[in-house]
Design a protein around this ligand. Structure first.
Ligand code: ATP
Length: 301
C-alpha cells in the first residue's frame, strides 16, 4: 500500500519553482529519506504533504486518499516541521498535556511514556523556552509521536541533536518502522539519512534528481584500492601487467579501480610482495556520501 503518493507536485514562490513536478511514492513501513541542500525544496514539499500550503499544480495522496479539505485521517499522521514550536512558558510536560488534549487522547500514561522514550524525564518540569535546541527537538518529536501515528513526517529531525541524540533518534525511527510505521524525513545530513532510510530521494533546486534504495546507493558509491610503494611507477607497470585498471592520483597514490582488486585488496599486497615491492600502504577507499551527492547534483545540473 502506498502511504504517500505525490503526482507532479509543483509550488511556485514568485517565479521560482520551490518544488518542480515532484512525483514520489512511499510504501507502507518504509523510511524514505528526502535529501537536499539548503533551499532545495524539502520543507516546501513537506508543507504540501501536510496541507499547510497548496500546490500550484499536482496532487497529494495519503493512505490512498486525495488530500483535500475533506481529508479525515490527520490522527494517523504525526509531524514536525522546521523548528518545532512549543508554548515557551509551559513545561515539557504541560506542553505535551496541551497536545494530548488537542489530539483527544485517552490514556494519560502516554505522556510519561513519551517523555521517557525521548529521554526528557530530567526536563519534564523545565519551561520550554529554556530548553537546549536538542531538547526542543526532542519535545517536537515527542509531540509528533505521542499519538502513535501510522505515518510520521519529519523535517530535519536530527537538527540540533548531539551525537548521542542522533543515535537515539535513529534507533527510535528504526524501531517505529519495524513496528509498522511509515516515515518520511528530510535532511541535508547525508550520512545520517543513509543510515536510517530504506529509500532515498535526492532533490536539487526543486527537482527530484535521483531516487534509490540504500543498497543501490551503496553499490553506486565509487570504491577503489589505494596503494603506496617505494616505486610507484614500477608498481603501476606490474599491476597493469596482470590486467588491473590502474591510475596515479593527484596525491601520488596508486588507484586500482577494478572490482577484482576492490573485492580482495589483500591479493594486491601479496602480489607486490612477491614482486619484491612490498607496499607501504594498501587501503580501500569508499566515496563518502557528500561526494556522491555533489557528484549526482553536478551530473544532473
Ligand atoms: P532548508 O534545508 O534550508 O530548510 P529546504 O530544502 O527545506 O531548505 P525550502 O524551504 O522548501 O527548502 O525552500 C525552497 C525554495 O523556496 C527556496 O528558494 C526558498 O527561498 C523558497 N521559499 C520557501 N518558502 C517560501 C516563501 N514562503 N516565500 C518565498 N519563497 C519561499
Amino acid at each position: 500500500m502506498q502511504i504517500i503518493k505525490t503526482n507532479s507536485l509543483t509550488k511556485f514562490f514568485g517565479t521560482t519553482a520551490a518544488t518542480d513536478n515532484i512525483s514520489i511514492q512511499v510504501e507502507l513501513g518504509e523510511i524514505y529519506g528526502f535529501l537536499g541542500l539548503n533551499g532545495a525544496g524539502k520543507t516546501t514539499l513537506i508543507r504540501m504533504l501536510l496541507g499547510m500550503i497548496k500546490p500550484n499544480n499536482g496532487t497529494v495522496m495519503l493512505f490512498d486518499k486525495e488530500l483535500t479539505s475533506k481529508f479525515n485521517q490527520w490522527n494517523d499522521i504525526g509531524y514536525m516541521v522546521e523548528t518545532p514550536s512549543a508554548y515557551p512558558n509551559l513545561s515539557v510536560r504541560e506542553n505535551l498535556m496541551v497536545y494530548y488534549k488537542l489530539r483527544q487522547l485517552n490514556n494519560p500514561l502516554e505522556i510519561d511514556f513519551i517523555i521517557e522514550k525521548l529521554k526528557l524525564s530530567k526536563y519534564k518540569d523545565t519551561k520550554a523556552k529554556v530548553l537546549s535546541m536538542g531538547n526542543q527537538q526532542r519535545l517536537g518529536l515527542a509531540k509528533a509521536l505521542m499519538h502513535r501515528p501510522k505515518l510520521l513526517i519529519l523535517d530535519e529531525p536530527i537538527n540540533g541533536l548531539d551525537p548521542e541524540g542522533i543515535v537515539e533518534v535513529r534507533n527510535l525511527l528504526k524501531e517505529l518502522s519495524k513496528n509498522g510505521s511509515t516515515i518520511f524525513l528530510s535532511s541535508h545530513i547525508l550520512g545520517e539519512v543513509a543510515k536510517v532510510a530504506n529509500r532515498i530521494g535526492i532533490v536539487h533546486e526543486g527537482k527530484l534528481i535521483k531516487e534509490l534504495t540504500s543498497n543501490e546507493l551503496n553499490d553506486q558509491l565509487i570504491k577503489k584500492v589505494l596503494v603506496q610503494t617505494s616505486d610507484n611507477a614500477r608498481a603501476i607497470e606490474l599491476l597493469k601487467s596482470i590486467s588491473h585498471k590502474v591510475a596515479l592520483s593527484e596525491d601520488d597514490d596508486i588507484e586500482i579501480l577494478d572490482g577484482k582488486a576492490i573485492k580482495q585488496p589483500e591479493n594486491i599486497s601479496k602480489f607486490l610482495v612477491e614482486q619484491g615491492l612490498p607496499p607501504r600502504q594498501v587501503r580501500l577507499f569508499t566515496e563518502d556520501l557528500e561526494m556522491f551527492f555533489l557528484r549526482t547534483i553536478r551530473t544532473k545540473a
